[in-house]
Design a protein around this ligand. Sequence first.
Ligand code: HEM
Length: 655
Amino acid sequence: MADAASSLPLLSSLLIPLFLLFASLSWRWTKSVRKNLPPSPRSFPIIGHLHLIAKLPTHRALAAIAAARGPVVLLRLGSRPVLLVSSAPAAEECFTAHDVAFANRPNLLVPQMLGFVCTTMGWTPHGPHWRDLRRIYAVHLLSSAALRSSSDSRTRAVRSLAKALFLEPGDSEPDGPRRVEMKTKFYNLAYDVMMRMVATALKEGSAEERQRFREIVQKTSAVSGAANVTEFFPALRRLGWRGTERKLARLQRSRDALIGELIERHRVRRRQSGSNGDKGRATVIDVMLSLQESDPGTYTDVTIRGLIAEILAAGTDTSAVTMEWAMCLLLIHPEVLHAARAELDAKIGQGRMVEEEDIPNLAYLNCIINETLRLYPAVPLLVPHESSQDCTVGGYDVPRGTMLLANAWAIHRDPNTWDQPEEFKPERFQCEGGKEEAGLRMLPFGSGRRRCPGEGLAMRVIALALATLIHCFEWDKLPGEDVDMTEGQGLSMPKVKPLEVIRWAATTTLLSSLLSLVLFSAVAAVISGRRGRRTAVGFFHPYTNDGGGGERVLWCFVRAMQEEKPDLDCAVFTVDDASPQSLAARGPLSILLSRCTLVYYTIFSWLYGSVGSCAHLAMANSSWTRSHIDCLWKIPQLTKRVHRHPPRDTSSLQN
Ligand code: HEM
């Protein structure tokens, strides 16, 4: 009896915790049973629904689940509960009524390792640090004023792509068509734009730097988001599954070294020059370093490195894949390409190249970009969100700690909200009052608090690049081949087969503008060397009024000069009669005068030939001019024929 009494406290100290544990578990179980959770397909133990997203690209696999189960579905991917949302009304609930509840990001491996322990804006939890970063983006980096002041550097990047395309010789003859791989070109352009915004000047050998960064971005995108199994089994991380953590650590090291070098270059330059380094244009690094000087506690080195890595990673791939998809769609739909060119010809004309300020006036081009983003959103599942409190979506209970995947790709193709959703019809954005009216049926940049802050920048870059390429070149599919539109896997939706196209010779626009640019630089150099004097520039250009292409180039050039130097006097020498009859009517000269003229022309043509032979590039707008230049300058390999539309008949003048 005494024994039994003494063992009672021991028994109760064992039983009470057991009872409490049981009570807590059964309470949780009944609570979850009572919950009205969203529908869910049949799942397997441990892996949950992971097998359902194993084969297709994730956005397509998730769209198939939604088609069978409805627009609000609860999945279990490994150990993570995931709310899958695939309709505009459901997305609207998440990003308006419950925007604060879903403003968090899940704690994933990739941002832990590559997002500076989740301290970059894209991955940091919703809170004061996120608000600080958002303010830096909104006020200092991507405000309208900041974008306006960096517009020049974007224009230069786009024009240097146009120039490079122009200078590449044709495949079989110098002026003929050329097969061009566009994926790399678009990537390089987007990278150059972001890099020019971030840092002062591209370093010597920056092509190698660009390539290093490209590999990092591509590998990061490939292991990010829902495609990475280790994100759903934290235990696998610890077991070193497929060496993911090791691979990420390698990526992190090489990326940090690259960005570290970039910041150090700026620090040195700032120390040397005592200011921005590049007068007049403050780059992101300059802005951040000067903020750091005034508040080193907030703007730490880690914050600056994270911000730079984020801009380069978030802005480059997304913009590049959108340009690539848009170009594919234009090649598949030549009538849309023609309509876009007609708009450019009508609004810009043939005498100059597109500027960023023209973009708002190019309504049809903007519709093309919106329609591209609808069918091929660069981030098809947005960036995952996570609920920080219980809420209801579509009438279902969603527990706190659930990851949210909004399938923008499926929402953009929902037949309940879009007419002929699989068709490429840019006009739909004109008829329906544009993207704004589409509301949350269109969310390529996300919505709510965590909406992409780079939308304005991205739209400018994509529009300027596409407009320039359409305006200046003729494009075609590869002969006898269809454009492959297979989508790949990754956080940003890549095209599996890089786009290859046929590029035809440039139009007059490019000829005029490039020629103006070259001539302008030469004359500007002369002028700046003779500052202080009242300067006049003379143009010797006989028969300027006779309908050839030359006068367009001349007037573009005179205009460019006068815009740049309004005080400059420009004198144009021309003659106002240029028919065979008018030339013949000049009458015979005396024999002596004819001989003198001949000597004069011989000497002049020799001088003209020697100067011309030093040219780096010659552009001729007709076969007649080309043969003339070939004969006198003798640089056929550097002379390019540029096609004008419509071609002009000069044969009568050659009689
Ligand atoms: C076509 C180009 C682009 C597309 C399609 C795109 C799309 C997106 C999407 C879908 C999100 C996630 C929104 C959400 O979670 O609901 C996002 C976030 C973000 N984007 Fe973009 N983006 C593009 C270009 C850019 C550019 C150029 C930058 C910066 C220079 C940028 C910086 C960011 C950042 C920092 C975030 C995280 C925002 C936050 O979590 O608060 N993006 N973007």
